[in-house]
Design a protein around this ligand. Structure first.
Ligand SMILES: [Zn+2]
Length: 153
């Protein structure tokens, strides 16, 4: 019986300690920036470099991993939230552009037999046209302009 009571007291204390720790951690993070997509990206880069380094074993890669980790921790704990948000938005727009580029390349390959992707010279919109070779009159539905384009193959 006394053992059970001691165990209950032990569990209660453990619970109190965990709650205290979480409270202190929450207080510590008050007014700090926290996590974002850019930090996720930095951690993924660090993880990839770590795996590469298992094979390559370069002190240079170790330094880059440590710097990347330090940067991500610094950004999470930073109190300059405006600047961190700006960095994250810059990252998201560059990441989006790169992702779009690869998506377009994939679609060009996928539709190579049936369609051609052409950029409107006036509004830069991507147009998806049925494949026809030779000089084509093309109408852009986005900006309503007409132009000619020679499709070679
Ligand atoms: Zn257009």
């Amino acid at each position: 019986m006394t053992y059970i009571n001691q165990y209950r007291i032990y569990l209660r204390r453990l619970g109190d300690n965990v709650r205290n720790f979480l409270k202190k951690a929450a207080e510590f993070m008050q007014g700090r920036y926290g996590h974002d997509k850019l930090n996720t990206f930095i951690w993924i880069i660090a993880a990839v470099l770590y795996v590469i380094n298992l094979f390559v074993r370069s002190p240079f890669i170790v330094i880059v991993i440590l710097l990347a980790g330090a940067l991500a921790v610094f950004r999470s704990l930073s109190t300059n939230i405006t600047k961190r948000l700006y960095e994250n938005n810059r990252f998201l727009s560059i990441y989006g552009a790169v992702a779009d580029f690869f998506k377009r390349q994939y679609m060009k390959l996928r539709d190579f037999k049936t369609h051609r992707y052409i950029r409107c010279p006036y509004c830069k919109a991507q147009l998806r046209l049925k494949k026809r070779t030779g000089i084509q009159r093309i109408h852009c539905p986005k900006c309503n302009s007409d132009f000619k384009k020679n499709i070679y193959f």
